[in-house]
Ligand binder design. Sequence first.
Ligand SMILES: NC(=O)c1ccc[n+]([C@@H]2O[C@H](COP(=O)([O-])OP(=O)(O)OC[C@H]3O[C@@H](n4cnc5c(N)ncnc54)[C@H](O)[C@@H]3O)[C@@H](O)[C@H]2O)c1
Length: 355
Amino acid sequence: MRILITGVCGFAGSALAECLLERKPGLRICGMDNLMRPGAETNRARVEKLGVDFVHGDLRSASDVEGLPACDWVIDAAANPSVLAGLSGSGSSRRLFEHNLSALGNVLEYCRQHKAGLLLLSSSRVYSIPALVSIPLRAEHGAFVVDSSAELPTGLTANGIGVNFSTAAPVSLYGATKLASEIMALEYGAAFGFPVWITRCGVLAGAGQFGTPAQGIFAYWVNAHLRRRPLRYIGFNGLGLQARDAFHPRDLAALLLAQTRTGRADGQRIYTAGGGIPNTMSLAQLTAWCDERFGAHPPAVDPAPRMYDIPWVAMDNTDVTRDFDWRIEMPLPVILEGIAQHAMAHPDWLDVSRV
Ligand SMILES: NC(=O)c1ccc[n+]([C@@H]2O[C@H](COP(=O)([O-])OP(=O)(O)OC[C@H]3O[C@@H](n4cnc5c(N)ncnc54)[C@H](O)[C@@H]3O)[C@@H](O)[C@H]2O)c1
């Protein structure tokens, strides 16, 4: 089997390449990246050493994509993944559109031409922000948790957010590019007869992630705490109760491989997957973990809300467990310890990530 990984020098792309090669000896991987993400160039030598056939190219360019060798599957891990992308100070909206949507058009044409299956990494950010903000929550042990005594909206259960949760606008500009990508991918798959699996991922986290406050929050927080950089609890009364689930690309790799093995042509194509409730942590809890590991470093408080901020997200893994026999194997403390060790070994990591 031969797999093309777009964005192969990003955090997810490079980690997936490594984990897939570990899990599937004999697998051949071709990867493309334009190295636009600060820090991505540090992964180029790493993936080439793994045996990845690396192509420096831009997915926005049809001729760059046309030059790629034929593969059986494409893992689309190239995007600008910041929820603030396209807003002033975070790059232009046109640039976001080109990288996250126009580029996908070229990837879909590649799949059509080569009859390659597509494994699309979508996001929890496809969900409606007003609906997410309205989830009934209460505070427990320094974190928001779902208040199950209240009536829960469609798509939300005690296990987390599932595929049927509202995707009504606004979902953020970034989220809208992912939602539109899902629709285009499904349509191409149906029209041209190639398999498409879409995974709406919760937060991905792990050692070597390029973290910023708007994306890669676990890696950013651990690195910033260790370096005594200023940290802030933004919005939600400045208490740091906002919580996210997180999982490692190693676990995602297992799910993607299971999807390639699933021959069924009909039925559910869109899934949610993430750390789930057991791998969910608030910023206050993350600070407590870091305080224990590196000594106290209290964040400042900035209660003013920030655009697109949401208080709680945890993905429901019920469907992926049922259909792919998939479950999380890496608990959050293990992921955090990996990030901490990497942070200690790379004192310049926040500069590499250009935070
Ligand atoms: N990190 C998360 O928590 C998370 C959660 C859900 C979904 N995702 C999705 O996973 C994917 C990967 O995210 P990540 O965290 O690894 O991001 P990342 O920024 O670390 O990696 C993205 C890579 O894509 C490359 N890239 C971007 N545009 C390109 C283009 N036009 N041509 C070629 N290469 C291009 C970048 O240089 C970078 O190396 C994204 O699609 C993102 O939406 C990520």
